[in-house]
Design a protein around this ligand. Sequence first.
Ligand SMILES: Cc1ncc(COP(=O)(O)O)c(C=O)c1O
Length: 397
Amino acid sequence: MTNSRDLYFDHNATTGPTQEVLAFCQQLLASWGNPSSVHASGRGPKVLIRDARLHIAQLLNISPLEIIFTAGGSESNNTVLKGAWLAPGRTRDRILIGTTEHPAVIKAAESLVKLLGARLDWIPVNRGGQVDLAKYASLLGPDVFLVSQMMANNETGSIYPVGKMCKLAHAAGALFHTDGVQALGKIPVDLKALNVDYASFAGHKFYALKGSGVLFVKKGAPLEPLIHGGGQERGRRAGTENVLAISSLGLQASHAAEIIPQGERLAKLRDELEQRLMGTLGNIQVTGGEVLRLPNTSNLIINGVDGEVLLMNLDMEGARVSTGAACSSGAQEPSPVLRAMGLNHLEAQSSLRISMGWETTSEEVEKLGDILIATIGRLRALQVGNATASAEAVVAP
Ligand SMILES: Cc1ncc(COP(=O)(O)O)c(C=O)c1O
């Protein structure tokens, strides 16, 4: 539960719905009919879904017919990997995916290997977090069926050269999917210019309601539906639509022109915060700081501090951030993303992710900076104290 004391800096995990979305919800709930009904109760919801589709198509520069509404990013990613594989006519059997992909891509690809005999290769990144295009090109071959490379990374914010990678994949005769979940609302996304075959998005990372997602499927790209049933989404994803969530995403898409330009302001706030922390505390590295990254995201390695301990201490101070130290299952495994970038166990264990939102103010960033400086200083001093105490214990007679 968040309250006014909260300093919410975890927008890459999820975003709160805007006031406008919340106000709109009441109105949307009144439109509770089934969009497939031909009588009057179905007409309102049908129009809401149509309008949402139009706004999203405009935002992404695609045709409304190329959109399949899903329940979120994980469903969109799974639908592409499995649905493209299962579609009739496939002759190739190798898949390439980024080493820093979200588990919804990694595990879907691994299930294709385990259950359906796919062969899988990984597109490496360097320590800066960027894809090595020459190495990527060397992995492409006449047996590659699909490449999946995210637009931007959820942990470091690194932005990948998706347009160039897609061009290379197409030249090798492969299909191309991009997970755009973290890019939506943070940087402009023009799917026509990128020329990808498939793209995934989630409403809850874009100030809309949870339970809304978008899967872009370029006209003519192969896709076997995973959910069979009614004819919703032109037979490509059966089930009565989540009208409320879909409409909230459409509403946000219609406001993208106000949200996306905030990136410039956020990047400045982020850079100032990083400079302040590095200058005041020292021994802090910015992960992926040298490569192009999302304007709202800062991933720091704070030497001498355990990320999880820091997170809990910050939480007690009202500052909500995230760490790459724990995976979603709660296991204390350092982030596979940071490990894939070549960071060692200790570095990955000392990482902290700060992610801002379009409404984040400079006062909030200033306050977060004060809390971080005080808390990290205290934890580091404790560590020194403990180390001295244990050294004395060893030498004591
Ligand atoms: C890059 C990326 N892809 C996919 C997902 C999964 O999205 P969802 O939670 O909507 O299923 C996330 C969520 O964190 C993400 O960051």
